[in-house]
Design a protein around this ligand. Structure first.
Ligand code: G6P
Length: 615
């Protein structure tokens, strides 16, 4: 939800900010803008569209010199995406300028007050209200910018990561955070501000991640001073050394990030295993689980909260935890859970799953569960993210940066972590025999090479994509462990190709969706061996009788489905509970190829954002 970048130092700010914004476009890409201080005045340029459109606009509009600047890439909340609503926003005097990621919830009341005091507004945004509130405080109270920001933020309800500068004080940027991420990169006599570290990774490995309710004044030659917004106390800066490297956030020869990330899955799953899956010793080691074993073993139930693709991983976990560890599991959309007064006790364990670790609803669900005494465990990809910090313990997925908006490797690595957890708990509870446990461990070890094999169907999947690319609807069916995979397959197609798709439990088809089936309807059926195979084959018969087009995802060497289906895509054989890690692969490829053939923007689908930091 919006990406922010700032620079204060000795280099030209413009190229750093533009490159940084491009890296943050996964957070929003409906408009973009930049404000630079050229030694005299603020030069501002902004436009509806992507950062590439901004570059064109900048060329004809402003000079790009200056070593202080801020930039923004937007995912609209208040006010449609257009030039005027794009960030940065000036204050009425034109002296202050701001970029903002988040929502100011009480902006209407504040706007009314400011209007009464003579302020005028060009845009429909909450952000323009905030910068004028800061200006008003600054003038009224006769304070410096940092103090004015602090006083203003104490009047604000909502979420924000902001960066502000004053043209009369071109040696400082003031930043603040509540609910939206903000990192400060510390270089040699230069500072970088960004929503994550990717915009500055080639310049410095040292970064400070602001905590909620913290603000910082970043001063040229003088460094960073951090304070609590609400009680004004000073906070000692904690400078972290980043592990991120540049290659991980570049396309590396692939046409799209999504394809790169699909192909990275064997490596990503291996990274998830590293140090945890110790097959020779027949153990699974997970510090977050070991240290809290009692909490898990005494839990009445596990509640999983997540959104989007992560919620689908949670559904797979429900099947695996219940099957292996015999712990009751409920899976909840974080956005519903947080608002429905759920019964939570101290004997509940909440597992929050989130790729970004920043999803606002998931974060709020965690806070609520913690306040009721539940133990909260996080499964996140982004190291140091808000959810990773807010949870009592956790396990990282170690998938590496996922940049394509449609989640792929995050999903399979989430399932991998959750499977390891379920197995570890099953072993501790004694709900799995030692021989079955060993069988799982050996099989898990072979998963990366089986994913590799599943990827080798790519050309065949591409051919199938070409046949169905013009479909208007598509149905995805699966049962058991593969029901959530059907949901995920449908979500992938919707997200990036804009074809309407629905995932359904195969047996439920006859309670509704079967009415949709005719010769125009492609139906993707996950029909791997074991896992109610015969029942799924009967469902395939039912589709065939109604002339639906069947694309079967089958186990290598399958013959029965082959006879019935229009096409089959094979995946290697594995233990039933592990099939989601393989059946997901062709579904990712199918949606990818259809979207490319339809000339859609695969990595940045319309209206979506990768990190949803607003509720
Ligand atoms: C957005 C993304 C999805 C993601 C969901 C949850 O909708 O586009 O890909 O699954 O948020 O995000 P999280 O970071 O919490 O997994």
């Amino acid at each position: 939800m919006c990406g922010i970048v700032g620079y204060l130092g000795h280099r030209e700010a413009y190229p750093i900010i533009v490159k940084g914004l491009k890296r943050l476009e996964y957070r929003g890409y409906d408009s973009a803008g930049i404000a630079l201080y050229d030694g005299n005045d603020i030069k501002l340029s902004k436009t509806k569209g992507k950062v590439a459109d901004l570059e064109v606009r900048v060329e004809s509009e402003i000079s790009t010199n200056g070593s202080l600047g801020i930039g923004h890439t937007r995912w609209a909340t208040h006010g449609v995406p257009n030039d005027v609503n794009s960030h940065p926003h000036y204050s009425n005097s034109g002296e202050l300028v701001i970029i903002h990621n988040g929502i100011i919830e009480n902006y209407e009341a504040l706007k009314k007050e400011l209007t009464k005091r003579g302020y005028t507004f060009k845009s429909d945004t909450d952000t323009e209200v905030l910068i004028n509130l800061i200006e008003d405080v600054k003038n009224k109270e006769n304070v410096k910018l940092g103090k004015a920001v602090q006083i203003a933020l104490n009047q604000v309800i909502g979420a924000y990561a902001i960066a502000v500068f004053d043209k009369n004080k071109p040696d400082e940027i003031v930043v603040a955070r509540l609910g939206s991420p903000l990192a400060i990169g510390i270089g040699e006599d230069e500072f970088f501000i960004a929503s994550d570290a990717s915009p500055f990774i080639e310049f410095t490995n040292n970064a400070i991640y602001l905590e909620d309710e913290e603000m910082a004044i970043v001063r040229r030659h003088k460094g960073v001073k951090i304070r609590k917004i609400h009680d004004d106390s000073l906070v000692a800066p904690y400078v972290q050394e980043l592990q991120l490297n540049l290659e991980e956030i570049e396309k590396g020869g692939y046409e799209h990030f999504m394809l790169k990330e699909i192909y990275e899955q064997p490596r990503a799953i291996m990274d998830t295993f590293r140090g945890r899956l110790l097959t020779d010793e027949a153990i699974i080691k997970m510090a977050g689980v070991e240290d809290n074993m009692k909490k898990f073993l005494n839990a009445n139930r596990i509640i999983v909260v997540a959104c989007g693709t992560s919620w689908h991983a949670g559904l797979v976990a429900e099947y695996i935890f219940e099957d292996l560890a015999r712990i009751p599991v409920e899976v909840e959309y974080a956005s519903e859970f947080r608002y429905r007064n759920p019964v939570i006790t101290e004997n509940d364990v909440l597992i929050a799953i989130s790729q970004s670790g920043e999803t606002a609803d998931t974060l709020a669900a965690i806070k609520m569960a913690k306040s009721k005494g539940a133990f909260v465990f996080g499964v996140c990809n982004v190291v140091g993210s808000s959810i990773a910090r807010e949870t009592d313990a956790g396990a990282y997925t170690h998938a590496g940066p996922e940049i394509g908006v449609a989640s792929t490797k995050a999903f399979t690595t989430q399932i991998t972590v959750l499977t390891l957890m379920a197995l570890r708990l099953a072993r501790a509870k004694g709900t799995i025999s030692s021989s079955d446990y060993r069988k799982y461990l050996f099989e898990l070890e072979s998963i990366p090479s089986k994913v590799e094999k599943a990827l080798s169907s790519d050309n065949h999947v591409k051919m199938i994509a070409n046949i169905y690319k013009n479909a208007s609807n598509c149905l995805y069916l699966g049962r058991g462990f593969n029901f959530p995979v059907a949901l995920e397959g449908a979500l992938k197609l919707k997200e990036i190709s804009y074809i309407h798709a629905e995932g359904y439990p195969a047996a439920e088809m006859k309670h509704g969706p079967i009415a949709l089936i005719d010769e125009q309807m492609p139906v993707v059926v996950i029909a791997t061996k074991k896992g109610h195979y015969e029942k799924v084959v009967s469902n395939i018969q039912e589709i065939k009788s109604r002339k639906g087009k069947i694309i079967g995802i089958v186990t290598e060497g399958d013959t029965s489905v082959k006879e019935l289906a229009d096409h089959v895509i094979e995946v290697p054989e594995t233990i039933e509970a592990l099939t989601p890690l393989l059946t997901t692969i062709p579904l990712q490829l199918l949606s990818y190829h259809i979207a490319v053939m339809l000339e859609k923007n695969v990595d940045q689908p319309r209206n979506l954002a990768k990190s949803v930091t607003v509720e």
